[in-house]
Design a protein around this ligand. Sequence first.
Ligand code: ZN
Length: 187
Amino acid sequence: MQLETLLDAARHLHQSTPRLNEFAPWPDDLIRQDKPIVPCAAIGHIQQLADTTPLVAAIQSAAPFLSWRQSYTADQVGQDFLDRYGYVELFGPSGQFHSNQLRGYIAFWGNGLQYGWHHHEAEELYFGLHGAALFHSKSKPNAQLVPGSTRLHTSWEVHAMDTQDLPFLCYVLWRGPGLAELPKMSE
Ligand code: ZN
């Protein structure tokens, strides 16, 4: 129930936001998958956000029922990062709803975290939902993302991100070749 409400809230935001729709239309091949509930330390932090926008509220309600993931290890990013970060593949090749057309994540970072240089083949669009993050790229100027603003990463673009005083909750889309891969930390 919470998962369907979350998907509906994501779809509503996606379809009513030209920058998201232009990146890729909402997928029409979604099939719900049986994913185990996997909790994550980030849930408590997400539920503390004072935010009543529909998608954030839906994320807060659904958070305890989702299959949370972390692509990195403490050796790579440190334990504090792991304690205050997590993401869910809402839809995509291995998502809570299967799609081969598009991948959509909900991702969270607590304040004061540094997400180092990384890259992936798929093109990516970040959309801020709550808080703020500073985005870095090897190929374009830095940009601060806030709710409603977007940041595009082209295929294999090396990028990084850090949060400062505020946490950051976002909706992230992947399209094109490499859709089913994971990001890799850059050397
Ligand atoms: Zn990325």
